[in-house]
Design a protein around this ligand. Structure first.
Ligand code: HSE
Length: 372
């Protein structure tokens, strides 16, 4: 039997507890042994929760309990989450996380520590929520050179853009709905400004190319500047405005990475990805384009990916998987030098340009690349 602890009883942590309880038989069958939730660590009290008897406030209880072989970190951020992850790995416990900021910023260190200690550090839920994405990228596409990845990786902003398009809602109202549904970050600025999407893009790049892409190196434009007018203009010509992460690797190894709103023609499947759904297209040299689509945020879908990692970690508890990347940086190019067609608008006047690099664009209030 594997005993585990959940750190952080928020949106994702409570979903993990629920999925472990409701699908205990499936989890045990997959893992090859019973998986028992022994503790939940949180500084808050949850007297009405059915899991209240498992709650403890001190992480040291988990750290010092030799029966606990696996820790699920769903605290988020790089504060105590980083400290507790280091301590759990040091104590020889497998760690599973949904924390994209931690993986994007400290993945090199934590994966190296996991390797040294002979344990697994898994993070499938960190990109694409419930979509099986990172494991297929790492395992099933490993025969390919990864040429490009593009996608919608933030459920909150996609929910907002969809609500603006379909119901004419303003951004603030749609954001409140997304928050109520448990999609948004604690501080939604990282959703709205594209920071969350940048972190996810970095994890995709790290895994695909084996070198570290630091979040601060990725130019990001969020959705605060997207007006209803832009969304209606796009819809009038069979298009949609979508916040995309883009990663392109040229033959010489140069990587172009950015996050920005795009004008996406309806001929692209990405234009039809609505609400909190996410989708990522990975282009491999052998396979061509592969589309991963599903629920990208929310308690139970994200818990699906976390608990899937738990099962895999237990299954591989004696032979940890050697996932990792080096801190050697990727060679980066400036995305503004890549020619693209652009949607440009000033006042009520808008058009789609010929393909050109950003530097050649005429002055415009709004400029979004067209996804060709
Ligand atoms: N705030 C994130 C999103 C949660 O909206 O996609 C899932 O990573």
């Amino acid at each position: 039997m594997m005993n585990l602890a959940i750190l952080g009883f928020g949106t994702v942590g409570s979903g993990v507890a629920k999925v472990l309880a409701e699908n205990a038989a499936e989890v045990a069958a997959g893992a090859g042994e019973e998986v028992r939730l022994k503790y939940i660590v949180d500084v808050r009290d949850f007297p009405d929760s059915p899991f209240a008897p498992l709650l403890v406030k001190d992480f040291a209880v988990v750290e010092n309990d030799p029966e606990v072989g696996l820790v699920v970190e769903t605290i988020g951020g790089c504060g105590v989450a980083l400290t507790f992850t280091r301590r759990a790995l040091q104590a020889g416990k497998h760690v599973v996380t949904s924390n994209k900021q931690l993986v994007a910023e400290h993945g090199v260190e934590l994966l190296a520590l996991a390797k040294e200690k002979g344990v697994n550090y898994f993070f499938e839920a960190s990109v694409g929520g419930g979509i099986p994405l990172l494991r297929p990228l790492f395992n099933d596409l490993s025969a390919n050179k990864i040429l490009a990845m593009k996608g919608i990786v933030n459920g909150t902003t996609n929910y907002i853009l969809t609500a603006m398009e379909q119901s004419g809602k303003e951004l603030d109202e749609a954001l409140k709905e997304a928050q109520a549904l448990g999609y948004a970050e604690q501080n939604p600025d990282s959703d709205l400004d594209g920071t969350d999407a940048v972190r996810k893009a970095c994890i995709l790049a790290d895994l695909a190319w084996g070198r570290e892409l630091k979040p601060e190196k990725v130019p990001a434009e969020g959705i605060r500047g997207v007006a209803l007018q832009d969304i209606r203009n796009a819809a009038s010509t069979e298009g949609a405005i979508k916040l995309l992460c883009r990663l392109i690797r040229q033959e010489d190894g140069t990587v172009y990475a950015w996050v920005a709103p795009h004008f996406v023609p309806k001929t692209s499947m990405l234009a039809h990805v609505d609400s909190a759904f996410n989708a990522v297209v990975i282009t491999g040299s052998a396979v061509g384009d592969v589309l991963f689509y599903g629920t990208g945020a929310g308690s139970i879908p994200t818990a699906s990916a976390v608990v899937g990692d738990v099962v895999d970690a237990v299954r591989h508890k004696h032979a940890p998987r050697g996932i990792g990347w080096t801190d050697a940086p990727l060679t980066l190019g400036d995305p503004d030098t890549l020619p693209a067609r652009w949607y440009i608008r000033s006042g009520d006047s808008w058009s789609i340009t010929e393909a050109m690099p950003a530097g050649m664009l005429p002055q415009a209030q709004v400029r979004y690349r067209v996804l060709d």
